[in-house]
Design a protein around this ligand. Structure first.
Ligand code: FES
Length: 155
C-alpha cells in the first residue's frame, strides 16, 4: 500500500492552540483524529515532538482507549454484535457471511475504505437480537441475506 502524504499544517494549528490552552493529551488526540479520521504514526510522532512527551506515552494513550484508531477507517462503520443473545440467535453466521462478502476479517476495513466491520459484545438491544449498528443506526432481527442487502445499498 502506498503511504499517504499527510498535511501536518492543520495539526500544527491545533497544537499551537492547545499549547496556549494547556489541554491534556486525550483532547489533543481526539481533535487530531477528527482532522485525519484516524491517528497515523506520523501524527502521533509529531504530537510527541511538539508536546515534548515521550512517543511511547503518546502511543500508549492512543492504543489504550478504544475511541482512538491507528488504522484508516471506512466511510461506513458496521458494528456487529456477537454478545450472548445475538450469538445464540445466529450472529456467527452473519459474521461469517459478512467476512466472506467483504473479503476482510472482523475488525478490518475494506481496501477501498468503504466499510469497517467490527464485532462488539452487546449493543444493549438484546430483544432485537441479532443486532448490528450501521453508521450509528441500530438494525435488529438480522439475517445474513438482509445484512448483505443493506451493505449493498450503502453508497
Ligand atoms: S447481546 Fe447483542 S445486543 Fe445484547
Amino acid at each position: 500500500m502506498t503511504e499517504e502524504i499527510l498535511d501536518l499544517a492543520p495539526l500544527d494549528e491545533l497544537l499551537d492552540k492547545v499549547q496556549q490552552e494547556e489541554s491534556g493529551l486525550i483532547p489533543v488526540l481526539q481533535q487530531a483524529q477528527d482532522i485525519y479520521g484516524y491517528l497515523p504514526k506520523e501524527v502521533l510522532t509529531h504530537i510527541a515532538r511538539r508536546t515534548s512527551l515521550p512517543p511511547s506515552q503518546v502511543l500508549g494513550v492512543a492504543t489504550f482507549y478504544s475511541q482512538f484508531h491507528l488504522e484508516p477507517r471506512g466511510r461506513h462503520i458496521i458494528q456487529q454484535c456477537d454478545g450472548t443473545a445475538c450469538h445464540v440467535r445466529g450472529a456467527k453466521q452473519i459474521i461469517q457471511t459478512m467476512q466472506e462478502k467483504l473479503g476482510i476479517s472482523a475488525g478490518e476495513t475494506t481496501p477501498d475504505r468503504k466499510v469497517t466491520y467490527e464485532v462488539v459484545y452487546c449493543l444493549g438491544s438484546c430483544a432485537l437480537a441479532p443486532v448490528a449498528v450501521i453508521d450509528g443506526e441500530v438494525v435488529g432481527r438480522l439475517q445474513p441475506n438482509k445484512m448483505v442487502e443493506m451493505v449493498d445499498k450503502l453508497p
